[in-house]
Write a protein that binds this ligand. Structure first.
Ligand code: LHQ
Length: 264
């Protein structure tokens, strides 16, 4: 896959997607958003892909929407509808990422702002370099959190912290992000890619269908009652039990050996 603002590398079952517009701290331009949509659609349906890492080139993970596109229209007094931009772009990208059947690790290499937070929050794991920093930033330009942040942020850090992060938009460091549960782990910057890749490789060795079904069912459960969720778990368990990996897992346990999962 060749792109203008993404670099996609494959290492066996693990694919690394690098946001590649370092001069603008990997701001999520319409081009980058369209390319992410294309890449994630392809990776999500590729049976040989069993884990994805998303990271940024340079000192930014992502600075959110590319604000340079707004300069010309705003100086001319034009008011382009942001809802159109959102619905065409982030509103397709973020659910695609959050619901991709593959496990996704965000390797947060540096600055995160605005919709860059949404991108990280839509991943399943967030490992941050010790020099990473986070700011919601939306309020600083008179906007509300978008790209799914109103949904994803309170679910990740709780309502009180989410409102604090969104309203004050202070730039917080990686250690503070860890203490809030915004990231899973903080590692020295030099170790980031190795740690993220090791986690992705570990995930890629697991029963990929069970992981996909776990993600899907957790997402569904957030909109259901306990009783509805338990009915859904029972149905989905039949899907999981139909895989070769389920048989392999049970037999490996009973035969006291390491399972060898294929993702099928
Ligand atoms: C950028 C950006 C950027 C373009 C740094 N765009 N160039 C928004 C509007 C439209 C539709 C609906 O949705 C949204 C959603 C959103 O995401 S709103 C939030 C958008 N993002 C921001 O407001 C963050 C703006 N950036 C910043 O506040 C700072 O750059 C942060 C705190 C991220 C990093 O600060 P520094 O480490 O001091 O870096 P810097 O400010 O010097 O930035 C480096 C370069 O990157 C600089 O360009 P230059 O040519 O001067 O070197 C910036 O202009 C450029 N850049 N963010 N979002």
């Amino acid at each position: 896959m060749t792109y203008e603002q993404l670099i996609v590398d494959r290492d066996g079952p693990v694919v690394t997607v690098r946001l590649n517009n370092a001069a603008r701290l990997n701001a999520l331009s319409p081009t980058m958003t369209a390319e992410l949509l294309d890449a994630l659609t392809k990776l999500g349906s590729d049976e040989d892909v069993r884990a994805i890492v998303i990271t940024g080139e340079g000192r930014g993970f992502s600075a959110g929407a590319d604000l340079s596109a707004l300069q010309e229209p705003y100086l001319k007094g034009e008011r382009p509808r942001l809802s159109f931009f959102l619905k065409e772009g982030y509103n397709r990208l973020i659910p695609l990422l959050a619901e991709t059947p593959k496990p996704v690790v965000a390797a947060i290499n540096g600055v995160v702002a605005g919709a860059g937070n949404s991108l990280a929050l839509a991943c399943d794991f967030r490992i941050a370099a010790d020099l990473a920093s986070f700011t919601m930033a939306f309020v600083k330009i008179g906007l509300i959190p978008d790209a799914g942040s109103c949904y994803l942020l309170p679910r990740t850090v709780g309502m009180a912290r989410a409102l604090e992060l969104a309203m004050l938009s202070e730039r917080i460091d990686a250690a503070t992000a860890l203490s809030m549960g915004l990231v899973n782990k903080v590692v020295p910057a030099d170790d980031l890619m190795q740690e993220a890749h090791a986690l992705a490789a570990r995930l890629a060795d697991l029963p990929t269908t069970a992981i996909a079904l776990t993600k899907r069912t957790f997402n569904e459960a957030s909109r259901m009652t306990l009783a509805e969720t338990m009915d859904r778990e029972a149905e989905v368990q039949d899907e999981a039990a139909a895989t070769h990996d389920h048989i392999e897992g049970v037999l490996a346990f009973l035969e006291k050996r390491r399972p060898s999962f294929t993702g099928r």
